[in-house]
Design a protein around this ligand. Structure first.
Ligand code: NAP
Length: 289
C-alpha cells in the first residue's frame, strides 16, 4: 500500500485502524476526511493529509482521493441517506483511479431474513462495490461489545437488571478496537484483494451470559428478564421514545433473538495473532469495572 484514505478516521473504529496503521506506515501516507475543521487541523498537525468534507461532498472526496490507491470506507452512521453517501464514495474512488476499496460491512447470518432493514444496506453496499469492478475487501464486523451498555441501559442495569425481548439469542461480540486493529493488519499485509473477513469473537453470548458476567464483575444481583416484545415497546413508550426509534430498537433486538449475530469465525483471532477479548474482560473495559 502506498497511500490510503481512511474515512471515519476521527471515530472510534477509524481511530483504532489509524493507530495500527501508524506502526508500519507514516502519517504522510494516510489521508483522512472529516466534517469538523478542528479535527482536520489536529490530524494535519500530526502529518496526515487531512481534508474537510463529508460523504455527500463529491468535490472534497475527489481531493481527498488524489494519489490514493486504497480507500477504507467506514460505513456512515447516517440512517436516512446512507446508501447514497456510500455510492458517492465508491463512484468517486473509481473516478479518481483508486485501485482497491475496503468497506466495513456487518457479520450477519442471513441477509434475506433480517428484520432490521438498516442492516440490509451493508449488503447492498457490498453489491454496489462488486458491480463497480474495483478490487475489494469486506470487513464484516460483528456487533461491538462496546455497544452493550446502550442495549441494556448503561451502568444502571447493575441496579435495575436487564429487560430485553432478545430471548436466548446469542451474539459473538468483539471489541471495536480489536476489529480496527485487525482491519489495519489486513490492509498492511496486503492480504486484501477481493477477500471477505468475518470479524467476530471466538464465543457467542446471550443476555443471560451478560447478566452473569456483570454480576461476577460487580458483585451485584444482575438479572436478565426476557420480556415480550409488546411489553418492551410499552416500557420504551413510557420513556417517551418516538415510535420509529422504538421500532428500530425492536428490529435490532429481534435479529439478535433470531441469532443473526451468533456466528463464530476465526478471522479476528488469525489477524490479531491472539484470542479476541472475551465477554467478562471486555465488559470490564466497556463499563470501567
Ligand atoms: N458493528 C457494530 O456494532 C456497529 C455499531 C454502531 C455503528 N456501526 C457502524 O460503524 C461505523 C463506525 O463506528 P464508530 O464506532 O467508529 O462510529 P463513530 O465513533 O461515531 O465515528 C463515526 C465516524 O464516521 C464519520 N462520519 C459519519 N458520518 C459521516 C459523513 N456523512 N461524512 C463523512 N464522515 C462521516 C465521522 O467523522 P466526523 O464526525 O469527524 O466528520 C466519524 O469519524 C458507524 O458509522 C456505523 O455505520 C457499527
Amino acid at each position: 500500500m502506498n497511500k490510503i484514505l481512511v474515512t471515519g478516521a476521527t471515530g472510534h473504529l477509524g481511530g483504532a485502524v489509524i493507530e495500527t496503521l501508524l506502526t508500519k506506515i507514516s502519517s504522510s501516507q494516510i489521508s483522512i476526511i472529516t466534517r469538523n475543521e478542528e479535527k482536520r487541523l489536529e490530524f494535519q498537525s500530526k502529518g496526515f493529509n487531512a481534508f474537510l468534507g463529508n460523504y455527500d461532498n463529491v468535490a472534497a472526496l475527489e481531493k481527498a482521493m488524489a494519489g490514493v490507491d486504497t480507500v477504507l470506507l467506514i460505513s456512515s452512521g447516517d440512517q436516512g441517506n446512507r446508501m447514497q453517501e456510500h455510492r458517492n464514495v465508491i463512484d468517486t474512488a473509481k473516478k479518481a483511479g483508486v485501485k482497491h476499496i475496503a468497506y466495513t460491512s456487518r457479520c450477519l447470518n442471513n441477509r434475506n431474513t433480517l428484520t432490521n432493514k438498516l442492516m440490509v444496506e451493508h449488503f447492498e453496499t457490498e453489491d454496489y462495490i462488486l458491480s463497480g469492478g474495483l478490487k475489494y475487501t469486506f470487513f464484516r464486523n460483528i456487533l461491538y461489545m462496546d455497544a452493550i451498555p446502550q442495549f441494556i441501559g448503561g451502568i444502571a442495569a447493575l441496579e435495575k437488571g436487564i429487560f430485553l425481548p432478545a430471548g436466548n439469542g446469542n451474539v459473538s461480540f468483539a471489541l471495536r478496537s480489536e476489529m480496527g486493529e485487525a482491519m489495519a493488519k489486513v490492509l498492511l499485509n496486503n492480504e486484501c484483494e477481493n477477500k471477505i473477513y468475518n470479524f467476530t469473537g471466538d464465543k457467542s453470548y446471550s443476555f443471560y451470559d451478560i447478566a452473569t458476567a456483570l454480576k461476577e464483575l460487580s458483585g451485584k444481583e444482575v438479572k436478565y428478564t426476557n420480556v415480550e416484545t409488546s411489553e418492551f415497546k410499552e416500557m420504551m413508550k413510557q420513556r417517551n421514545l418516538p415510535e420509529p426509534v422504538i421500532q428500530k430498537i425492536v428490529d435490532f433486538i429481534t435479529d439478535i433473538k433470531h441469532n443473526q449475530e451468533a456466528d463464530i469465525y476465526n478471522d479476528l483471532e488469525n489477524q490479531l495473532g491472539r484470542k479476541p477479548t472475551g465477554l467478562k474482560d471486555g465488559l470490564k473495559v466497556v463499563f470501567g469495572l
